[in-house]
Design a protein around this ligand. Structure first.
Ligand SMILES: *Cc1c(COP(=O)(O)O)cnc(C)c1O
Length: 357
């Protein structure tokens, strides 16, 4: 039996997307590919609200997150860490042989504009990384306020992971001045995993050109040269790009504003459910994610038992990530999710919970 995915990635895939994945293959140096590539990247620019080139990489998000480090970090990087994925990005930075410091926040708290300002004002850094929506803790950091601070440090590369937020709310990449905005597609975009999207500002491409050891597979300059011909440096995951093409049709048919409103509605709906069922939200309330809700296990229920019983009735449920596993649970409400989908899960949870006590 297929278990319907309510975990924060990969998420449930619409049947139209699965059909698009079965489109007969084309060659990536054929004009059919160039047409597909051009159509997809120009619509991604529209969605990301930027004129910067947008590239298609065949890898999971961490491939490009590592690539960004190798292409954009020169002297020293400030890694802002407020959860498992941002912690890992710091580790990746060090493993690339770069000088870097982790600026840490307690889990459940956002990256703050003040901390960004304090760190960058030291003049030690030529680059910074942050995760807009920390999927491990369900915290969304105040990107617009941080972007304001970043405007005081125009020489610092502003590298942002929006894996679990892009398309679910307005993230105007150009207006925010993000130099490289990176997201895998298996979360907020509700596509099968394996494709990662990233933008590169002129400043980013200029920096990349000067970076020794930036490698080949994620070389920003290679991507730019190829993208100008609606192509990629090496063979891309064409089936996934067909899926993206179809998902962009669906996103623009729904309308961006409607999509943002739907996500906000779902987020409020689920937060209400959580707090009215004896649980507390894990994040600081004003920084709750719009695409997943992370709840404390305030009632001390057997989350592993719940997960098992939900699996028996066809739901994949998440009982926390990293060091807060078992103490929290997360419910994803991203991609194509509706209230009716969530009701299915919530009803199953309310039925099962008394059996666990
Ligand atoms: C899932 C996730 C990643 C890791 O993505 P992979 O595709 O597994 O490499 C990175 N950042 C965030 C915010 C995520 O949610």
């Amino acid at each position: 039996m297929h278990k319907k995915l309510f975990i924060p990635g990969p998420v449930e895939i619409h049947p139209d997307i699965l059909s698009a994945m079965a489109t007969p293959m084309i060659g990536h140096r054929m004009k059919e590919y160039a047409e597909l590539h051009g159509r997809v990247t120009s619509r991604l620019q529209k969605l990301m609200l930027t004129d910067d080139p947008v590239f298609l990489a065949t890898s999971s998000a961490f491939g490009v997150m590592e690539g960004a480090i190798r292409n954009l970090v020169g002297t020293r990087c400030a890694n802002f860490c407020n959860g498992a994925f941002s912690d890992k990005w710091h580790d990746v930075t060090l493993r690339c042989g770069k000088q870097a410091d982790a600026i840490r926040f307690d889990w459940g708290r956002p990256v703050t504009p003040d901390a960004v300002e304090t760190a960058l004002a030291t003049g030690r850094y030529d680059s910074m990384t942050m995760i807009h929506n920390e999927t491990s803790t369900g915290v969304m950091s105040p990107l617009a306020e941080i972007a304001e601070v970043m405007k005081k440090f125009p020489e610092v590369m502003f590298i942002v992971d929006t894996v679990s937020s892009m398309s679910a709310l307005r993230i105007p990449v150009a207006e925010l001045g993000i130099d490289s905005c990176i997201f895998g597609v298996q979360k907020a975009f509700a596509l099968p995993p394996g494709l990662t999207i990233f933008s590169a500002s002129e400043k980013a491409l200029k920096r990349a050109e000067t970076m020794a050891g930036r490698g080949y597979y994620f070389d920003y300059v290679e991507f730019a040269v190829n993208d100008a011909k609606h192509n990629t440096p090496s063979t891309p995951c064409i089936s996934q790009i067909y899926a993206m093409d179809t998902q962009l049709d669906r996103i623009f048919a729904e309308g961006l504003e409607n999509r943002w409103a739907r996500h906000l509605d779902l987020a409020e709906y689920i937060r209400n459910w959580v707090t009215s069922h004896g649980f507390e939200l894990f994040p600081e309330p004003s920084y709750c994610s719009q695409t997943l809700t992370c709840s404390r296990n305030s009632r001390g229920i057997d989350l592993e038992g719940l997960k098992k019983k939900l699996a028996d009735v066809g739901f994949a449920f998440d009982d926390g990530y990293g060091k807060i596993k078992g103490h929290t649970f997360r419910i994803a409400h991203m991609g194509d999710m509706t209230r009716a989908d969530l009701d299915g899960l919530l009803n199953a949870i309310t039925t099962i919970m008394p059996e666990l006590a």
